[in-house]
Design a protein around this ligand. Structure first.
Ligand code: PLP
Length: 255
């Protein structure tokens, strides 16, 4: 028997384990527990799972596919207190989705081109005029640690220029940096590298303090290297129906 009660119990216990795991990682790294936000990633899972997480105290959720996410946000509009919830877009975003994403996202972790920045700036301005949002959009730049931009991310040498562009846009707030370790890379080496790039960004833009790093498999390494936000899906909600959206066709299409 697989009732919604079983599902809620399962998520509750998995969430507790992840919270303990994160607390242990913070303690081991001599960091405050609240220095690192746990962002549950709900992509591929139904709105009912988001409701369960909300009931367990979660107020921020990560999604990686624009259409799926906007459907889920609409579905939950009558259920969750939306003033209380922050949705994060963490997956590759095509420019033609800018108009739609700014209606639900508080923050985007995957911004990696000037063209996307410009599209988001225009889209937020319009959404504010049309009453769909009232606040600026938090922008986290995704950096490619191995220069393979087909997997998303701006090259490290282009971070500074892109950061200046975001910082100069009225409706965007430069919030920080995100990266996913290259396939097969040692997470500690990858996150140490990311931390250096982030340190340089903060020198230039002191407000860009967020470092979105770490997932189910590597959150401890990310916390050792300054992560302020771990994006965790599998360890909380279980395996997704397809292997990894990081490798889905959507991630190879650039615009
Ligand atoms: C799916 C996804 C995650 C969550 O990955 P898990 O390994 O399931 O924790 C984190 N970040 C991004 C960008 C993702 O697309």
């Amino acid at each position: 028997m697989n009732t919604s009660h079983d599902r809620a119990a399962g998520i509750s216990s998995a969430l507790s384990s992840v919270r303990e795991r994160l607390a242990a990682a913070c303690a081991a790294a001599h960091r405050d527990n609240d220095a690192v936000t746990l962002l549950p990633v709900t992509k591929f899972f139904p709105a009912s799972d988001v409701e369960i997480l909300y009931g367990l105290g979660c107020r921020e959720f990560g999604e990686s596919r624009e259409q799926e996410a906007s459907g889920k946000v609409d579905e939950l509009a009558g259920t969750l207190d939306s003033a209380d919830v922050r949705w994060h877009m963490i997956g590759h975003l095509q420019r033609n989705k800018a108009k739609s994403v700014v209606r639900w996202a508080s923050s985007i972790h995957s911004v990696d081109s000037a063209r996307l920045v410009n599209a988001l700036q225009t889209a937020v301005a319009r959404a504010v005029d049309d009453g769909f949002r009232s606040s600026a959009l938090d922008v986290i730049l995704q950096v490619s640690l191995d220069g393979d931009v087909h997997r998303g991310g701006v090259e490290r040498d282009d971070v500074s220029e892109l950061a200046d562009l975001v910082a100069g846009a009225d409706n965007l707030r430069l919030s920080g940096l995100m990266a996913v370790p290259p396939l097969g890379a040692d997470p500690d080496a990858a996150f140490a590298d990311l931390q250096e790039i982030h340190d340089a960004l903060v020198q230039q833009h002191p407000g860009a303090t967020e470092l979105s790093a770490g997932m189910t498999g590597d959150l401890e390494a990310a916390v050792r290297h300054g992560s302020t936000c771990v994006r965790v899906g599998t360890a909380i909600l279980g395996s997704r129906p397809i292997t990894s959206p990081l490798q889905s066709p959507d991630h190879t299409s650039h615009n």
